[in-house]
Design a protein around this ligand. Structure first.
Ligand SMILES: NC(=O)c1ccc[n+]([C@@H]2O[C@H](COP(=O)([O-])OP(=O)(O)OC[C@H]3O[C@@H](n4cnc5c(N)ncnc54)[C@H](OP(=O)(O)O)[C@@H]3O)[C@@H](O)[C@H]2O)c1
Length: 314
Protein backbone atom coordinates (compact mmCIF):
# COMPACT_ATOMS: atom_id res chain seq x y z
CA UNK A 1 0.00 0.00 0.00
CA UNK A 2 2.84 2.38 0.92
CA UNK A 3 4.49 1.77 -2.46
CA UNK A 4 1.20 2.57 -4.24
CA UNK A 5 0.63 5.73 -2.16
CA UNK A 6 4.11 7.10 -2.96
CA UNK A 7 3.86 6.16 -6.63
CA UNK A 8 0.44 7.78 -6.70
CA UNK A 9 1.80 11.09 -5.46
CA UNK A 10 4.70 11.13 -7.94
CA UNK A 11 2.51 10.01 -10.89
CA UNK A 12 -0.27 12.50 -10.14
CA UNK A 13 2.15 15.43 -9.91
CA UNK A 14 3.80 14.41 -13.19
CA UNK A 15 0.47 13.84 -14.98
CA UNK A 16 -1.08 17.11 -13.82
CA UNK A 17 1.99 19.14 -14.85
CA UNK A 18 2.37 17.55 -18.31
CA UNK A 19 -1.36 17.54 -19.12
CA UNK A 20 -1.86 21.19 -18.22
CA UNK A 21 1.04 22.23 -20.44
CA UNK A 22 -0.45 20.64 -23.57
CA UNK A 23 -4.19 21.02 -23.02
CA UNK A 24 -4.59 24.05 -25.29
CA UNK A 25 -2.97 22.20 -28.20
CA UNK A 26 -5.40 19.26 -28.01
CA UNK A 27 -8.74 18.64 -29.67
CA UNK A 28 -10.79 15.47 -29.20
CA UNK A 29 -13.22 14.02 -31.74
CA UNK A 30 -15.55 11.53 -30.05
CA UNK A 31 -17.37 8.79 -31.99
CA UNK A 32 -20.49 7.81 -30.08
CA UNK A 33 -20.37 11.25 -28.41
CA UNK A 34 -23.82 12.34 -29.62
CA UNK A 35 -26.06 9.46 -28.60
CA UNK A 36 -23.90 6.81 -26.91
CA UNK A 37 -24.11 6.20 -23.18
CA UNK A 38 -20.34 6.13 -22.65
CA UNK A 39 -19.62 8.61 -25.47
CA UNK A 40 -21.81 11.29 -23.90
CA UNK A 41 -20.09 10.81 -20.53
CA UNK A 42 -16.72 11.24 -22.26
CA UNK A 43 -17.90 14.47 -23.94
CA UNK A 44 -19.15 15.78 -20.60
CA UNK A 45 -15.86 15.02 -18.84
CA UNK A 46 -13.73 16.49 -21.64
CA UNK A 47 -15.77 19.72 -21.55
CA UNK A 48 -15.63 19.87 -17.76
CA UNK A 49 -11.85 19.57 -17.89
CA UNK A 50 -11.56 22.33 -20.49
CA UNK A 51 -10.50 20.22 -23.49
CA UNK A 52 -11.68 21.25 -26.95
CA UNK A 53 -13.97 18.45 -28.13
CA UNK A 54 -16.60 17.63 -30.72
CA UNK A 55 -18.90 14.67 -31.30
CA UNK A 56 -18.35 12.95 -34.62
CA UNK A 57 -21.06 12.85 -37.30
CA UNK A 58 -19.59 10.11 -39.53
CA UNK A 59 -20.72 6.51 -39.48
CA UNK A 60 -17.81 4.18 -38.80
CA UNK A 61 -18.34 2.16 -41.99
CA UNK A 62 -18.03 5.30 -44.13
CA UNK A 63 -14.28 5.75 -44.51
CA UNK A 64 -14.55 8.72 -46.89
CA UNK A 65 -16.79 10.55 -44.47
CA UNK A 66 -14.38 9.85 -41.56
CA UNK A 67 -11.49 11.18 -43.64
CA UNK A 68 -13.38 14.36 -44.56
CA UNK A 69 -14.52 14.93 -40.99
CA UNK A 70 -10.98 14.54 -39.66
CA UNK A 71 -9.64 16.90 -42.31
CA UNK A 72 -12.23 19.54 -41.48
CA UNK A 73 -12.35 19.23 -37.68
CA UNK A 74 -8.59 18.63 -37.28
CA UNK A 75 -8.58 16.62 -34.03
CA UNK A 76 -5.33 15.75 -32.28
CA UNK A 77 -7.09 12.85 -30.53
CA UNK A 78 -9.89 10.50 -31.57
CA UNK A 79 -11.99 8.52 -29.14
CA UNK A 80 -14.06 5.59 -30.36
CA UNK A 81 -16.97 4.91 -28.04
CA UNK A 82 -19.15 3.85 -30.97
CA UNK A 83 -20.16 0.34 -31.86
CA UNK A 84 -23.10 -2.00 -31.73
CA UNK A 85 -23.82 -3.70 -28.45
CA UNK A 86 -27.21 -5.10 -29.44
CA UNK A 87 -30.74 -4.18 -28.51
CA UNK A 88 -32.02 -5.19 -25.99
CA UNK A 89 -28.71 -6.99 -25.42
CA UNK A 90 -25.75 -8.67 -27.15
CA UNK A 91 -27.96 -11.60 -28.23
CA UNK A 92 -29.03 -9.28 -31.08
CA UNK A 93 -25.53 -9.68 -32.58
CA UNK A 94 -26.13 -13.45 -33.02
CA UNK A 95 -28.79 -12.75 -35.66
CA UNK A 96 -27.28 -9.54 -37.06
CA UNK A 97 -23.75 -10.70 -37.75
CA UNK A 98 -23.04 -8.56 -40.83
CA UNK A 99 -24.23 -5.35 -39.12
CA UNK A 100 -22.10 -6.24 -36.09
CA UNK A 101 -19.02 -6.85 -38.27
CA UNK A 102 -19.69 -3.59 -40.19
CA UNK A 103 -19.55 -1.42 -37.06
CA UNK A 104 -17.40 -3.38 -34.64
CA UNK A 105 -14.68 -4.62 -36.98
CA UNK A 106 -14.74 -2.85 -40.35
CA UNK A 107 -15.87 0.44 -38.80
CA UNK A 108 -13.48 0.51 -35.86
CA UNK A 109 -10.60 -0.51 -38.16
CA UNK A 110 -11.53 2.24 -40.65
CA UNK A 111 -11.19 4.74 -37.84
CA UNK A 112 -7.90 3.33 -36.53
CA UNK A 113 -6.46 3.16 -40.03
CA UNK A 114 -7.46 6.70 -41.05
CA UNK A 115 -6.15 7.97 -37.70
CA UNK A 116 -2.89 6.08 -38.33
CA UNK A 117 -2.46 7.61 -41.80
CA UNK A 118 -3.18 11.06 -40.37
CA UNK A 119 -0.81 10.44 -37.39
CA UNK A 120 -3.58 10.93 -34.83
CA UNK A 121 -3.88 9.12 -31.51
CA UNK A 122 -6.97 6.95 -31.11
CA UNK A 123 -8.49 5.58 -27.93
CA UNK A 124 -10.83 2.63 -28.43
CA UNK A 125 -13.41 1.66 -25.82
CA UNK A 126 -13.17 -2.11 -26.09
CA UNK A 127 -14.23 -4.89 -23.78
CA UNK A 128 -12.69 -7.34 -21.32
CA UNK A 129 -15.57 -9.77 -22.01
CA UNK A 130 -13.15 -11.85 -24.07
CA UNK A 131 -12.07 -14.09 -21.19
CA UNK A 132 -13.78 -16.62 -18.92
CA UNK A 133 -12.59 -18.21 -15.70
CA UNK A 134 -10.47 -21.31 -16.27
CA UNK A 135 -8.23 -23.61 -14.24
CA UNK A 136 -5.31 -21.16 -14.19
CA UNK A 137 -7.58 -18.18 -13.48
CA UNK A 138 -10.21 -19.67 -11.23
CA UNK A 139 -13.07 -18.02 -9.37
CA UNK A 140 -11.95 -15.93 -6.35
CA UNK A 141 -8.30 -17.01 -6.88
CA UNK A 142 -7.22 -13.39 -7.27
CA UNK A 143 -5.35 -14.44 -10.41
CA UNK A 144 -6.73 -12.33 -13.21
CA UNK A 145 -6.13 -12.40 -16.95
CA UNK A 146 -3.36 -10.02 -17.99
CA UNK A 147 -3.09 -8.09 -21.25
CA UNK A 148 -0.59 -10.78 -22.36
CA UNK A 149 -3.07 -13.66 -21.99
CA UNK A 150 -4.75 -14.82 -25.19
CA UNK A 151 -8.56 -14.32 -25.09
CA UNK A 152 -10.39 -17.56 -24.26
CA UNK A 153 -14.05 -16.52 -24.51
CA UNK A 154 -15.75 -16.42 -27.90
CA UNK A 155 -19.08 -17.74 -26.56
CA UNK A 156 -21.03 -14.88 -28.16
CA UNK A 157 -20.72 -13.31 -31.61
CA UNK A 158 -20.31 -9.89 -29.92
CA UNK A 159 -17.27 -11.14 -27.97
CA UNK A 160 -15.78 -12.86 -30.99
CA UNK A 161 -15.89 -9.58 -32.99
CA UNK A 162 -14.23 -7.81 -30.07
CA UNK A 163 -11.46 -10.45 -29.92
CA UNK A 164 -10.70 -9.92 -33.61
CA UNK A 165 -10.67 -6.16 -33.18
CA UNK A 166 -8.56 -6.32 -29.99
CA UNK A 167 -5.92 -8.32 -31.89
CA UNK A 168 -5.90 -6.23 -35.07
CA UNK A 169 -5.79 -2.91 -33.22
CA UNK A 170 -2.50 -3.92 -31.62
CA UNK A 171 -0.84 -3.62 -35.05
CA UNK A 172 -1.64 0.10 -34.96
CA UNK A 173 1.02 1.98 -32.99
CA UNK A 174 -1.34 4.98 -32.55
CA UNK A 175 -4.05 3.02 -30.68
CA UNK A 176 -4.89 2.74 -27.00
CA UNK A 177 -7.44 -0.04 -26.39
CA UNK A 178 -9.28 0.09 -23.07
CA UNK A 179 -10.93 -3.17 -22.06
CA UNK A 180 -14.01 -2.26 -19.99
CA UNK A 181 -16.32 -4.73 -18.27
CA UNK A 182 -19.88 -4.51 -16.96
CA UNK A 183 -19.76 -0.69 -16.76
CA UNK A 184 -21.41 0.97 -13.78
CA UNK A 185 -22.28 4.63 -13.26
CA UNK A 186 -24.30 6.77 -10.86
CA UNK A 187 -26.88 7.68 -13.55
CA UNK A 188 -29.06 4.54 -13.39
CA UNK A 189 -29.25 4.49 -17.20
CA UNK A 190 -30.71 1.26 -18.65
CA UNK A 191 -27.17 0.45 -19.86
CA UNK A 192 -25.77 0.65 -16.32
CA UNK A 193 -24.98 -2.83 -14.94
CA UNK A 194 -26.76 -1.97 -11.66
CA UNK A 195 -29.96 -1.05 -13.53
CA UNK A 196 -29.71 -4.17 -15.68
CA UNK A 197 -29.45 -6.63 -12.81
CA UNK A 198 -32.18 -4.94 -10.76
CA UNK A 199 -34.60 -5.39 -13.71
CA UNK A 200 -33.85 -9.02 -14.56
CA UNK A 201 -36.45 -11.52 -13.28
CA UNK A 202 -33.53 -13.74 -12.17
CA UNK A 203 -29.80 -13.09 -11.84
CA UNK A 204 -26.74 -15.27 -11.61
CA UNK A 205 -24.34 -14.65 -8.73
CA UNK A 206 -20.72 -14.66 -9.94
CA UNK A 207 -17.81 -12.40 -8.95
CA UNK A 208 -16.56 -10.29 -11.85
CA UNK A 209 -14.23 -7.43 -12.69
CA UNK A 210 -16.23 -4.27 -13.39
CA UNK A 211 -15.61 -0.68 -14.48
CA UNK A 212 -16.98 2.23 -12.45
CA UNK A 213 -17.28 4.88 -15.15
CA UNK A 214 -17.54 7.85 -12.75
CA UNK A 215 -13.99 7.05 -11.62
CA UNK A 216 -12.52 5.58 -14.81
CA UNK A 217 -13.61 7.93 -17.62
CA UNK A 218 -11.36 10.72 -16.30
CA UNK A 219 -8.48 8.21 -16.28
CA UNK A 220 -9.22 7.21 -19.88
CA UNK A 221 -8.97 10.86 -20.87
CA UNK A 222 -5.66 11.22 -19.02
CA UNK A 223 -4.23 8.16 -20.79
CA UNK A 224 -5.41 9.50 -24.17
CA UNK A 225 -4.01 12.97 -23.50
CA UNK A 226 -0.67 11.40 -22.60
CA UNK A 227 -0.66 9.50 -25.90
CA UNK A 228 -0.53 6.10 -24.16
CA UNK A 229 -0.94 3.13 -26.55
CA UNK A 230 -1.49 -0.63 -26.34
CA UNK A 231 -4.02 -2.79 -24.51
CA UNK A 232 -5.12 -1.91 -21.00
CA UNK A 233 -7.44 -3.97 -18.82
CA UNK A 234 -9.70 -1.13 -17.76
CA UNK A 235 -11.64 -2.20 -14.67
CA UNK A 236 -11.41 -1.37 -10.98
CA UNK A 237 -9.18 -3.76 -9.02
CA UNK A 238 -10.81 -6.81 -7.45
CA UNK A 239 -14.11 -8.51 -8.16
CA UNK A 240 -17.67 -8.12 -6.96
CA UNK A 241 -20.63 -10.48 -7.29
CA UNK A 242 -24.17 -9.76 -8.47
CA UNK A 243 -25.56 -10.40 -4.99
CA UNK A 244 -23.04 -8.06 -3.35
CA UNK A 245 -24.20 -5.28 -5.71
CA UNK A 246 -27.86 -6.05 -5.07
CA UNK A 247 -27.24 -5.97 -1.30
CA UNK A 248 -25.78 -2.46 -1.76
CA UNK A 249 -28.79 -1.48 -3.90
CA UNK A 250 -31.06 -2.64 -1.12
CA UNK A 251 -29.05 -0.75 1.49
CA UNK A 252 -28.69 2.53 -0.42
CA UNK A 253 -31.65 2.75 -2.81
CA UNK A 254 -34.60 0.48 -2.05
CA UNK A 255 -34.87 -1.35 1.32
CA UNK A 256 -37.83 -3.38 -0.02
CA UNK A 257 -35.93 -4.69 -3.03
CA UNK A 258 -35.85 -8.46 -3.46
CA UNK A 259 -34.37 -10.68 -6.14
CA UNK A 260 -34.00 -14.28 -7.07
CA UNK A 261 -30.93 -16.14 -8.30
CA UNK A 262 -30.44 -18.87 -10.85
CA UNK A 263 -27.41 -20.80 -12.04
CA UNK A 264 -25.25 -20.05 -15.09
CA UNK A 265 -26.60 -23.24 -16.70
CA UNK A 266 -30.20 -22.03 -16.17
CA UNK A 267 -29.25 -18.61 -17.55
CA UNK A 268 -27.69 -20.19 -20.66
CA UNK A 269 -31.06 -21.78 -21.45
CA UNK A 270 -32.81 -18.38 -21.78
CA UNK A 271 -30.05 -16.65 -23.78
CA UNK A 272 -29.02 -16.99 -27.42
CA UNK A 273 -25.33 -16.66 -26.50
CA UNK A 274 -23.26 -17.34 -23.39
CA UNK A 275 -21.88 -14.47 -21.29
CA UNK A 276 -18.34 -13.99 -20.05
CA UNK A 277 -17.45 -14.09 -16.35
CA UNK A 278 -13.88 -13.27 -15.36
CA UNK A 279 -11.36 -11.37 -13.30
CA UNK A 280 -8.93 -9.07 -15.11
CA UNK A 281 -5.47 -8.29 -13.80
CA UNK A 282 -5.17 -4.50 -13.63
CA UNK A 283 -1.52 -4.23 -12.51
CA UNK A 284 -0.57 -2.40 -15.71
CA UNK A 285 -3.27 0.24 -15.14
CA UNK A 286 -2.36 0.53 -11.45
CA UNK A 287 1.23 1.32 -12.35
CA UNK A 288 -0.14 4.47 -14.04
CA UNK A 289 -2.90 5.18 -11.52
CA UNK A 290 -2.09 3.66 -8.13
CA UNK A 291 -4.99 5.61 -6.64
CA UNK A 292 -7.72 3.57 -8.39
CA UNK A 293 -10.21 2.34 -5.82
CA UNK A 294 -11.03 -1.31 -5.21
CA UNK A 295 -14.35 -2.16 -6.87
CA UNK A 296 -16.24 -2.38 -3.53
CA UNK A 297 -15.07 1.10 -2.44
CA UNK A 298 -15.75 2.69 -5.81
CA UNK A 299 -19.22 1.14 -5.88
CA UNK A 300 -20.08 2.48 -2.44
CA UNK A 301 -19.26 5.98 -3.74
CA UNK A 302 -21.56 5.38 -6.72
CA UNK A 303 -24.38 4.25 -4.44
CA UNK A 304 -23.86 7.29 -2.21
CA UNK A 305 -24.29 9.50 -5.30
CA UNK A 306 -27.39 7.56 -6.40
CA UNK A 307 -28.90 7.95 -2.93
CA UNK A 308 -28.09 11.69 -2.86
CA UNK A 309 -29.74 12.18 -6.29
CA UNK A 310 -32.80 10.19 -5.14
CA UNK A 311 -33.15 12.29 -2.00
CA UNK A 312 -32.49 15.60 -3.77
CA UNK A 313 -33.62 15.25 -7.40
CA UNK A 314 -32.55 18.31 -9.44
N1 LIG B 1 -22.14 -0.86 -22.11
C1 LIG B 1 -21.41 -1.98 -21.97
O1 LIG B 1 -21.86 -2.95 -21.27
C2 LIG B 1 -20.01 -2.08 -22.53
C3 LIG B 1 -19.12 -2.93 -21.94
C4 LIG B 1 -17.82 -2.99 -22.46
C5 LIG B 1 -17.53 -2.28 -23.61
N2 LIG B 1 -18.44 -1.47 -24.19
C6 LIG B 1 -18.10 -0.82 -25.45
O2 LIG B 1 -18.13 0.59 -25.34
C7 LIG B 1 -18.64 1.16 -26.54
C8 LIG B 1 -19.77 2.12 -26.19
O3 LIG B 1 -20.77 1.43 -25.48
P1 LIG B 1 -22.10 2.13 -24.97
O4 LIG B 1 -22.60 1.33 -23.83
O5 LIG B 1 -21.92 3.60 -24.79
O6 LIG B 1 -23.06 1.85 -26.23
P2 LIG B 1 -24.34 2.69 -26.77
O7 LIG B 1 -24.97 3.50 -25.70
O8 LIG B 1 -25.16 1.69 -27.50
O9 LIG B 1 -23.71 3.68 -27.81
C9 LIG B 1 -23.17 3.25 -29.00
C10 LIG B 1 -22.88 4.45 -29.84
O10 LIG B 1 -22.26 3.98 -31.02
C11 LIG B 1 -22.88 4.62 -32.11
N3 LIG B 1 -22.76 3.75 -33.28
C12 LIG B 1 -23.15 2.47 -33.41
N4 LIG B 1 -22.81 2.00 -34.63
C13 LIG B 1 -22.19 3.04 -35.26
C14 LIG B 1 -21.59 3.20 -36.51
N5 LIG B 1 -21.57 2.20 -37.39
N6 LIG B 1 -21.04 4.40 -36.83
C15 LIG B 1 -21.04 5.42 -35.96
N7 LIG B 1 -21.60 5.33 -34.73
C16 LIG B 1 -22.16 4.15 -34.39
C17 LIG B 1 -24.33 4.83 -31.72
O11 LIG B 1 -24.86 5.86 -32.51
P3 LIG B 1 -26.35 5.76 -33.11
O12 LIG B 1 -27.24 5.88 -31.93
O13 LIG B 1 -26.42 6.93 -34.03
O14 LIG B 1 -26.41 4.44 -33.80
C18 LIG B 1 -24.12 5.25 -30.26
O15 LIG B 1 -23.82 6.62 -30.19
C19 LIG B 1 -19.10 -0.01 -27.44
O16 LIG B 1 -18.16 -0.26 -28.45
C20 LIG B 1 -19.15 -1.17 -26.51
O17 LIG B 1 -18.83 -2.38 -27.15
C21 LIG B 1 -19.69 -1.34 -23.67
Amino acid sequence: MKKYALLSLICCQFLVASLDTNKEAMKFLVFGGKTGWIGQMIMEDLSKKGYACESADSRLENRESILQEIESKKPTHIINAAGVTGNPNVDWCETNKQATIRSNIIGALNLADVAFLKKIHMTNFGTGCIYEYNQEHSLRSGIGFTEEDAPNFAGSFYSSTKIMLDKLLMDYPNVLNLRLRMPISSDLSPRNFITKITKYPKVINVPNSMTVLDEMIPLAIELAALGEVGNYNFTNPGVISHNEILELYKEFVDPDFTWSNFTIEEQDKILKARRSNNELDVSKLREKFPQIKEIQDSLIEVFQKIRAKKNHPS
